[in-house]
Design a protein around this ligand. Structure first.
Ligand SMILES: Cc1cc2nc3c(=O)[nH]c(=O)nc-3n(C[C@H](O)[C@H](O)[C@H](O)COP(=O)(O)OP(=O)(O)OC[C@H]3O[C@@H](n4cnc5c(N)ncnc54)[C@H](O)[C@@H]3O)c2cc1C
Length: 387
């Protein structure tokens, strides 16, 4: 027996952090509107349901990343993936979202019909294709900083941009592109980063098959090892743990990078005493600031509750040795317009490169003069490179 399309005013695609926010905002602002939330996964939570590797945690503080309508009350501000998933589940339960959820449904195609003023969604499920009709318009947009109402979207086709901050997929010409393909590729691909800057990294072995992987796990020193997929970002697809743990949770496709775990407990003199990582932010050929991320004592690794804080730094506060490595790396990108980060750590074996980050955000800590100074310097840089 076939059933007709499921209809509603608004279809929200994705039941992650953003989709849940959209659902809450929509149901609060417009209780009269009907809506459905579709997600290809079998549970809500998006990122925080997908990634379960040991040690997964937020990068920024949850007091900022959490919802304005449901403030984060857990005392750990840098929270574990499990704690964030619980928070999302609690939010969904509190706002009665379960009945709106349609899980195991991947939206394959979306068509707008001006005649019927409706969206038609073709949705793949295990059992075949379903159709959904949605007639509403989104009234809310989400950013990590805050949720802002967007009265209406207007699609502008003939917009001429002065410059583009490339985050993927831009193919225009005759425009200044900040982070052109080369910069993004080297930063995004961990094997490319290693190929170019391996000398700054802890011992790393690229494994093309299972035998090489097993041999690498045996070869590397230390109690903990790090396994990374060649392309990942935001901590995705990075597995940290004992050999037994990473053997159990690492993916089975290759290549993989196996890396010595960095012991950062030596801290950074004058900045922090213990485990940390140091993010250096760069625009063009200069360091514009940085931040150090410090987990709570004893709460850094796999399967432990984590907590910590971010301290923003002025460029002048970054230790000379770290600056030296950063500038050597940056020299490599000298001819490209760029805004990116270099993550380093001071380890028992000296300063080491963790990774590059080509999609940095702005710093939202308005209380911190160092964070505000970074934003000002980004603005200055944009003016400088703008034709
Ligand atoms: C280790 C780690 C740390 C992070 N830390 C931070 C942080 O500190 N601050 C920060 O701002 N961000 C951080 N991020 C980024 C993180 O992804 C966001 O915080 C946030 O979870 C994104 O939520 P989202 O709902 O936009 O996307 P997602 O969580 O990716 O959810 C999108 C959902 O849409 C579904 N979906 C996508 N396409 C379809 C389709 N065609 N049909 C049906 N369903 C679909 C997906 O299955 C998914 O469930 C981190 C990410 C990781 C991995």
């Amino acid at each position: 027996m076939s059933t007709g399309p499921e209809r509603c005013d608004v279809v929200i695609v994705g039941a992650g952090l953003s989709g849940i926010a959209a659902a809450v905002e929509l149901s609060t602002a417009h209780p009269e509107r009907t809506f459905l939330m579709l997600d290809q996964r079998e549970d809500l939570g998006g990122t925080w349901d997908l990634f379960r590797y040991p040690g997964i945690r937020s990068d920024s503080d949850m007091f900022t990343l959490g919802y304005s309508f449901k403030p984060w009350t857990n005392e750990q501000s840098i929270a574990s993936g499990a704690a964030i998933l619980d928070y999302l589940r609690d939010t969904a339960a509190e706002y009665g979202l379960q009945s709106h959820l349609r899980l195991g449904r991947r939206v394959r195609r979306v068509d707008w019909s001006s005649g019927s003023a409706a969206w038609t969604l073709e949705v793949d499920t295990e059992k075949g294709t379903e159709t959904y009709l949605g007639q509403g318009v989104f009234k809310t947009a989400y950013t990590a900083d805050k949720k802002v109402p967007v009265p209406e979207f207007e699609v502008v086709h003939d917009l001429k941009a002065d410059l583009v901050l490339e985050k993927g997929g831009f193919s225009g010409k005759d425009i200044v592109v900040i982070n052109p393909d080369f910069v993004n590729h080297v930063a995004e691909s961990k094997s490319e980063t290693y190929k170019h800057f391996g000398k700054f990294q802890p011992e790393t072995i690229i494994c093309d098959d299972h035998a090489e992987y097993m041999a690498a796990l045996e070869k590397l020193k230390g109690e903990l090892v790090v396994v990374k997929e060649p392309v990942s970002s935001g901590g995705e697809s990075v597995y940290i743990g004992s050999r037994a743990e990473v053997k159990a949770s690492a993916p089975e496709h290759y290549p993989l990078l196996v890396q010595e775990f960095m012991d950062t407990s030596v801290g950074i003199e004058g900045i922090t005493d213990g485990i940390h990582d140091l993010r250096i932010k760069l625009c063009g050929n200069r360091i514009i600031g940085g931040m150090v991320r410090v987990p709570a004592p004893g709460e850094y690794r796999a399967n432990r509750k984590q907590g910590g804080k971010i301290k923003h730094l002025f460029a002048e506060e970054i230790p000379a040795e770290a600056v030296k490595i950063a500038m050597e790396i940056d020299h490599y990108f000298a001819k490209y317009p760029r805004f990116y980060c270099i993550d380093l750590a001071n380890t028992t074996n000296g300063w080491k490169l963790i990774e590059l980050n080509h999609k940095p955000g702005l710093s939202y800590d308005h209380e911190s003069p160092a964070a505000s100074s970074v934003n000002e310097k980004i603005a200055e840089y944009l003016i400088e490179v703008c034709p």
